[in-house]
Write a protein that binds this ligand. Structure first.
Ligand code: FES
Ligand SMILES: [Fe+2]
Length: 411
């Protein structure tokens, strides 16, 4: 007779602690600590719309907003509710110098949100309205095809920082012919355009290089280049703007492939091409500047400025995206995603907002801990009114050492 197998039941799931997300680091709405840290830096909103095109609804840091581009080519970002009687400016129209509401035709300036026309009003009240009525708006600008907005207190607005990784040697006459592509398709997310999870579990992944050897190299199929599939030696360092990691891989040739990945707090990163060493890509400095964009607490996207090669016709060559069984992520079935999981699966698999208190961290999580540590410092600085670090420090430009490099025997 077969006996009943009785598991030793110490440490069962019964009575385990409930998940307890760290709200100070994960919540992004107005007035939350991390939400206010995010609002101290210029955040990308979307690919800048065509001038005069229909207004576009966007959601960023838990706020629903309307993005438009006036006919002069300047982006504008406003609260949807019209300052007159509240219909949405989604049904409005972008004009030369502002956005006009569909209901009674009031127009608000791109420059400062002021009402600059109210066509049905008599002269007396019109002057009064133009003096006093402002549509709630955020300052914004276009940089290489992405609209960036500053959503924080005006007195703390930092200068807009340019990125050396995008500016160096870009002169088409004297440079190398690279062009910048503004991407809103989720390049770098590992599948899909929006992840149904908190921004931090997407962002901190960038300082977790060991997962490349498992998730992307050995667990299912090799998802990146041959060079990327070699087990690296990893080190991490704090920088003035965030955290970086060195990953050294000894290749079959005996050469050392050094990959440097860098994050810029609170939510930007440069991750070099995952096709390192392949004939099309080779080894070169990182030119993909990406922001992990918190739509709200449980939805995240990526907006990127991708430095791309050009083909013989001068057209941008978009960097390769990971495929599985020759299929793009959108074409995979649930079964295939379970068989060949990637970043999308691993990160949404942590839940809508992962719980740090029930984790068990190891040596390989050192970079993740460093990111969280620096973010906590930024939150504390906000709480105590101290100067901010990272991208909130007021840099005019951001420099980076990220990239794929061949250290020995390189041509
Ligand atoms: S509600 Fe917008 S103009 Fe009246
Ligand atoms: Fe990954």
């Amino acid at each position: 007779m077969r006996g009943v197998t009785q598991a030793h039941d110490v440490g069962t799931a019964y009575g385990r602690p409930a998940p307890d997300p760290d709200q100070r680091l994960t919540s992004v709405g107005p007035g939350t600590p991390m939400g206010e840290v995010m609002r101290r830096v210029w955040q990308p909103v979307a690919v800048t719309p065509e001038p005069g095109s229909p207004p576009k609804p966007v959601r960023l840091l838990g706020e629903d907003l309307i993005l438009y581009c006036d006919r002069s080519g300047r982006p504008g970002l406003v609260e949807p509710r019209c300052a007159h009687r509240g219909t949405t400016l989604y049904y409005g129209k972008a004009e030369d110098d502002g956005i006009r509401c569909c209901y009674h035709g009031w127009k608000f300036a791109t420059d400062d949100g002021r009402c600059i026309d109210a066509p049905m009003e008599p002269a007396g009240t019109l002057a009064n309205i133009m003096r006093n009525v402002v549509q709630p708006w955020y300052p914004c600008l276009d940089y290489h095809g992405l609209t960036f907005a500053y959503m924080g207190p005006p007195e703390h607005k930092p200068p807009f920082p340019t990125w050396d990784a995008l500016e160096n040697d870009l002169d088409p006459e004297n440079g190398n012919g690279d062009v910048i592509v503004a991407d809103d398709t989720g390049y770098g997310l590992g599948g899909g355009t929006v992840l149904n999870c908190n921004w931090l579990q997407v962002f901190e992944n960038v300082m977790d290089p060991y997962h490349v050897f498992v998730l992307h190299s050995t667990f299912s199929v090799q998802q990146f280049s041959d060079a990327m599939a070699v087990l690296p030696e990893v080190a991490w360092e704090y920088t003035d703007t965030g955290v970086l990691t060195y990953q050294d891989r000894v290749l079959a040739s005996g050469q050392v492939y050094r990959r440097i990945t860098e994050c810029f707090l609170p939510n930007a990163r440069i991750v070099a091409n995952v096709g390192a060493g392949s004939p099309d890509e080779g080894y070169r400095p990182g030119g993909h500047v990406s922001y992990v964009v918190a739509i709200d607490d449980t939805h995240t996207t990526m907006l990127s400025l991708l430095r791309c090669h050009t083909d013989d016709d001068g057209e941008a060559v978009f960097p390769p995206r990971a495929t599985w069984n020759g299929k793009a992520w959108d074409d995979l079935s649930d079964h295939e995603r379970q068989t060949m999981p990637g970043d999308h699966e691993a990160q949404t698999g942590q839940g809508p907002i992962t719980s740090h208190v029930t984790e068990n961290l190891g040596h390989t999580d050192r970079g993740v801990q460093m990111v969280r540590h620096r973010l906590r410092e930024m939150v504390s600085a906000w709480e105590t009114g101290q100067p901010m670090t990272g991208l909130a420090a007021g840099l005019a430009s951001v420099s980076s050492v990220a990239g794929n490099f061949l250290l020995e025997g390189a041509d």
